[in-house]
Ligand binder design. Sequence first.
Ligand code: PBG
Length: 308
Amino acid sequence: MRELVREHRIDPAQLVQPLFVVENPKDAGPIASMPGIERFTLQGAVHEARTLDALGLGAVLLFGIPETKDAAATKNYDPAGIVQQTAREIKNALPHMVVIADLCNCEYTDHGHCGILNELGDVDNDSTVEVLTRTALTYARSGVDVVAPSDMMDGRVRAIREALDAEDFEETAIMSYSAKYASAFYGPFREAAGSTPQFGDRRTYQMDPSNGREALREMALDAQEGADILMVKPALAYLDIVRAARDRFDLPIALYNVSGEYSMIKAAAINGWIDEERAVHEMLVSFARAGANIVITYFAKEYAARSR
Ligand code: PBG
């Protein structure tokens, strides 16, 4: 009877698995701070996508790790860049699979910031938006279905939407990291992606964890600018924001269960301090209860494999 009256169920089709893809095969392999997660070569990523597709997952979210970086993130909009190539290959192999590409500069800049720096060493909003727009077009041309700007620059959703439409990519969707907080929970990701800022931090462009109303304002702006999906990130400490967003907007709400949230559970499980399977289910159900429709989580593959 408990099953009969159950209010929320997790469907693998609503889960998104992040995939780290390296340009230099030497960089492939396990990520120490994220047990069970690895950095794939291009071919490895295509193989993994086949497995995820067979498990019924909703989508993959691509993160590229280029071989070389520079101050202007030029590798980000290289038509033969690692994300562009991976997207092409996955879409060739699995045309029905939804491919989302994270759109940011932090993996591509040698200073590790999400944007282009001005003379003062601060991230310059408008020149960063230009690079993002350029990159988004190369992603769309490579078959990416959804571009996901995670930089938190102002006005980028509108700029990307206009650029995509101008090239007849009306059907390429935008999933905006709308309410992205300056969070300690991204630590393991930065090791995985090699994107730790070389100086300073991301507080000039990511949100203050103390602010809730501001998140709704950011989301309203992105919705107005043409975002198709609004995202809240991280997940566990921000479920109040998800609930408020679900009640206020009609767009799909995505939630990013980030690297630190993954690693905390994994570390406790490896030490025998927590029942991983139950903890993960409890966490995913809490996301659904809060109102999340799409959940990006490093647990997606394992969860889908267990639900078969
Ligand atoms: C890129 C980006 C980050 C994450 C997703 N996209 C890192 C950051 O902002 O520092 C974090 C994902 C995670 O921790 O799992 N800007």
